[in-house]
Design a protein around this ligand. Structure first.
Ligand SMILES: [Zn+2]
Length: 149
């Protein structure tokens, strides 16, 4: 589910809280994968036969794959929550949080707008929030910089 639909359904604050909880669950999964990979490396030996070796090697490969997947999901959720959260402060009254504004006439905004139409629940000021780029459009370089392609 994309962020706009989720924010519309849950509200900003619940959506943000959920991003943090689920993202950190993925981080815990990444930590578990590191422990499993270390245990697999500790057990890896040819002394007990090929079957044991293959089991330990598959444990290591599986742990690395799960760890990488967990890290990617954690980073994507945190990047999305940070990007939208930074823009969630009302420019008029500095209230934190927003509601998604509907188009005039009460019709819902299209599911994938270029920007999120935000409305302050305190003073009714409206502004646009730029959603983060899709995870596949951002590539990480070795120095940790995000580059859009
Ligand atoms: Zn406001």
């Amino acid at each position: 589910m994309d962020a706009v639909a989720a924010i519309r359904r849950l509200g900003f604050r619940r959506w943000y809280e959920r991003q943090l909880v689920v993202g950190h669950a993925w981080l815990a999964g990444c930590f578990l994968a590191i422990v499993l990979a270390a245990a697999g490396l500790e057990l890896l030996t040819l002394g007990r036969g090929v079957a044991e070796f293959l089991f330990d090697a598959s444990l290591i490969c599986g742990a690395f794959a799960f760890g990488w997947l967990s890290w990617r999901r954690y980073a994507a959720r945190m990047r999305c929550a940070e990007s939208i959260g930074e823009q969630a402060v009302c420019p008029a009254c500095s209230h934190y949080g927003f509601r998604i504004d509907s188009a005039p006439g009460g019709a819902p905004v299209p599911a994938r707008p270029p920007a999120i139409p935000a409305r302050c629940p305190k003073c009714a000021h409206t502004w646009s929030i730029t959603p983060p780029p899709a995870a596949d459009a951002v590539r990480h370089d070795a120095d940790g910089q995000n580059n859009r392609y």
